[in-house]
Design a protein around this ligand. Structure first.
Ligand code: NAI
Ligand SMILES: C[N+](C)(C)CC(=O)CC(=O)[O-]
Length: 491
């Protein structure tokens, strides 16, 4: 899918716009609000900042963003239409029916609704089989879950195609077996939310106290193990059965208000809102979003480092997504030419106090390029797991040009020499538009037995590909700076 449409560009619509654009998909937005362009722009800036901190792989070239003058213009040519208008059934009906008429026949229509039944949303549509609830979590660009809920008329093909689309966006689609109001996540959240409102209403705890109870305890647990696995462990060595026998009876005690809802009168709204203002300590929404995003990035990265680097939960998903990004990075593997292995955009975060890309980011890009080269010659995750790999033992970087935020770059690679243990390569980073040479790196890599931590000959299958590339690259001009060392004068 190369183009999507987002109908509604508020909190959730803007989050979808960011997730899609940063996955390289062009997005047309329709939102009649005069504020929509500003909101989407601000959310996108925060999203780009977060994603470049999160993902250790070359991001695809950002998709093009366009604000359409009408819903019909926005959905034209879209493979996915994501509806995120306010939670009112009458409005959703009007919008979904208009999308249904104007969108391409094979477009998937995803609704972001938090709780409306897809069968209700489908009423009045000519092609209801392509509508699926695709319920995300805020911030859409960082939290991977999307609950997929089909209605009575949703086709199995729609669920399959939607799953593929959201997977491609780095998300975790969970297909809900049967439609139910509020699906799974919001059922759980509503129960907690209701109890929290009662606790403030009954003056048992303040807004801050309740948030502290969550974030210093079970909030930390939930990001990594959810509810059931956490309670299994809480059952001790006897596990879940013991846990249920011990704590099951408490469910009958008077611990919750169950389905009662506190009267959200003006006095209670004032109390909650003013306690929430105090808690924010003057920070604006965008600032709070950035704090939230930095924390989520740190948590997800920590999860990605678990299980020997394979990741756990949302961290494992991140690792898989990074691998997919590397595999999909613009690759040009014609052996008679330089290898074009990676490409991306320079994010704001990479800019230093001199106003241009800071030095260690060049090494990062060269590192990705080396990873892509290794994939190219067959050194993939399975190969590394077999106890063999290449280690970089020397790098010489030359900084030749400047890259500023938003610049599009591409890397090229030339194999300079190779034998069964050594691989000498020359990478370049170029500005994709102007082709200006920004930096080069000459590297020496050694093929190693990682368990013995010593150099060992690469097997024939790897050497065949390396030798083929090295032979054809030997016909290319040898870069002037090969073999230069720091401080050496040009002759
Ligand atoms: N805010 C949240 O935490 C979450 C919300 N959702 C769901 O996402 C949907 C949108 O919610 P929010 O983004 O929070 O609301 P919002 O109020 O922030 O944004 C709604 C946007 O829709 C626009 N809009 C209104 N009428 C429109 C029309 N006819 N065509 C196009 N755009 C129109 C509005 O101008 C506004 O920008 C709802 O269904 C909600 O249940 C889902 C997950 C989380
Ligand atoms: C409050 N809400 C029901 C709109 C929340 C959601 O739907 C999901 C979320 O992000 O918490």
């Amino acid at each position: 899918m190369t183009k999507a449409a987002c109908i509604g560009g508020g909190v959730i619509g803007a989050g979808w716009v960011a997730r899609l654009l940063l996955a390289g998909v062009d997005v047309d937005v329709f939102d009649p609000s005069p504020e929509a362009e500003r909101v989407v722009g601000e959310v996108l800036a925060n999203a780009e900042r977060a994603i470049t901190r999160l993902v250790d792989a070359p991001l695809p070239q950002r998709g093009n963003l366009r604000f359409a003058a009408s819903l019909e213009e926005a959905v034209s040519g879209a493979g996915l239409v994501q509806e995120s208008v306010p939670e009112r059934l009458d409005l959703k009906h009007r919008v979904l029916q208009a999308i249904d008429v104007a969108a391409p026949a094979d477009a998937i229509i995803g609704s972001s609704t938090s709780g409306l039944l897809p069968s209700d949303l489908q009423q009045g549509m000519t092609h209801p089989e392509r509508l699926v609830v695709a319920h995300p979590y805020n911030p859409v660009y960082l939290l991977p879950l999307v609950e997929l809920v089909g209605g009575q008329q949703t086709s199995a093909e729609t669920i399959t195609r939607a799953t593929e689309i959201y997977l491609h966006l780095g998300m975790k689609p969970v297909i809900i077996k049967r439609e139910i109001e509020a699906f799974v996540g919001d059922r759980l959240l509503e129960a907690l939310w209701r109890e929290a409102l009662w606790l403030v209403n009954d003056d048992i705890a303040s807004v801050t106290d309740i948030d502290d109870v969550i974030r210093y305890s079970f909030g930390l647990r939930w990001a990594q193990m959810g509810l059931f696995q956490t309670y299994r462990i809480a059952g001790g060595e006897a596990g879940m059965r013991h846990f249920l026998h011990q704590f099951g009876p408490a469910l009958e005690w008077n611990w919750t208000k169950l389905m009662d809802v506190p009267d959200l009168n003006e006095a209670l709204i004032d109390r909650i809102a003013s306690q929430s203002d105090d808690q924010a300590e003057g920070r604006g929404i965008r600032e709070l979003e950035r704090i939230r995003d930095d924390n989520l990035v740190a948590i997800t990265r920590a999860l990605a480092a678990q299980q020997g680097g394979a990741g756990w939960g949302a961290g494992a998903l991140l690792r898989q997504h990074e691998q997919a990004l590397r595999d999909g990075a613009a690759r040009h593997a014609d052996p008679a030419d330089l290898l074009t292995l990676t490409s991306g955009n320079v994010p704001e975060e990479w800019i230093d106090y001199n106003g241009h890309m800071t030095e260690h980011r060049y090494l990062e890009v060269f590192g990705y390029t080396t990873d892509a080269l290794l994939e190219e010659i067959g050194v993939n995750a399975d190969y590394v797991a077999s106890g063999r790999s290449y280690y970089t033992v020397e790098t010489h970087i030359m900084h030749l040009g400047q890259a500023i935020a938003g610049d599009s770059y591409v890397t090229t690679t030339q194999i300079l020499s190779a034998d069964d243990k050594r691989l000498q390569v020359f990478h370049s980073i170029l500005n994709r538009e102007t082709q200006e040479l920004l930096a080069t790196a000459e590297q020496m890599l050694l093929h190693v037995d990682s368990n013995a931590a010593k150099a060992t000959p690469a097997p024939e299958a790897i050497m065949r590909r390396v030798t083929e590339l090295a032979r054809t690259h030997s016909a290319l001009p040898r870069p002037d700076s090969v073999g230069r060392h720091v401080g050496q004068r040009r002759s």
